[in-house]
Design a protein around this ligand. Sequence first.
Ligand code: ASP
Length: 415
Amino acid sequence: MDNQVQSSRQGFWSGMALWKKILIGMVAGIIVGALMGPSAALLKPIGTLFINAIKMLIVPLVFCSLIVGITSMKDTRKMGRIGVKAVVLYLGTTAVAIAIGLGLSALLEPGAGLNMVAKDLDDAGKSAPPLVQTLLAMIPQNPVNALAAGNILQIIVFAVGLGVSLVLVGEKGEPAVKLFESLAEAMYKLTELVMKLAPYGIFGLMAWVAGTYGLDVLLPLIKVIGAVYLGALIHVLVFYSGVLSVLGRLNPIKYLRAITNPAAVAFTTSSSSGTLPATIKATRQDMGVSEGVSSFVLPLGATINMDGTALYQGVCALFIAQAFGIDLQTSDYLTIILTATLASVGTAGVPGAGLIMLSLVLSTVGLPVEGLAIVAGIDRILDMARTTINVCGDMMVAVLVAKSERELDENVYNS
Ligand code: ASP
């Protein structure tokens, strides 16, 4: 009888969606931490184990998925031109998204008054170098050193160079492309496995946070959610709509109507790759974008364009800085914009990928990676909003590129 109860309980737990387990881990952690008080620090090692496992993923994941993202742009002359337009728009809109995120976080100050202590955290206190130095140091003198040291900006630059070269050498590059594709697949799998630890890791970290800082952490989390959702609305309703009417001379209302279906799929699945079929369908049938443009620009966008993720990283980076009482300089803000823009290129369109990339942004700017613990518990709620924006951004760029290439059927768009 006992065994039966136990096995049905195990089935219940193992069959549950990961995000639910994470939420349960977070709530349980907060309760246990609040009950145990400072002695909940005992549970912190479970969380540290999880954080270490996440850190383990960053270098190979970014390196492989970035190369795969770049080599997926198969080159013909027209594709080249469309590709350049799309990439410029993708990166430009991403930078704006981070700025909106940072602005809202500065305004709403979700982390103010949390007074978390940075000195007992591993990565805190390292101050980021000035921006010029960061820019100069972006080119690695030795890429192997960059990989070994985990210097993400240098790794990104090298991966972009290698990816572009692999495309340029064509057939001869194919075996290497295949290798990176298969490594990237394996890294996605490993990420999935590591994320299985998340409920326990987050339990340990939240218990430690709640035990050390009390229940005061709850209100800030609600503010973080508010800032991300508000930023998402501003980005679509004001920025995308504005760009469409000013640059594209198109009626934004039609765009807002066409994004509803893919947005609903993105919101519920938290995966822009998973939403791709819905995105392609709506972009062609409801917005009149040609097959050629949509079948190239949209998969590219699902791989490299993550405005929602970038916006979220802006909000969270500043939130964590506020929570730990770390003052950021102007150069730090610029470094966040630069790193998060590049990081968004290397973010896979799968649930939870943005959280891992957040650790990259934090460590580049010298903020404590342990700050992840505070936002990880609500990650799914944030992921739903950011994936939606990621997908809406892809569609916006596809329409603009199609219009500029005379590949937009405006009768369909306006119907
Ligand atoms: N889930 C997001 C996407 O698929 C990526 C992220 O985690 O930010 O677009």
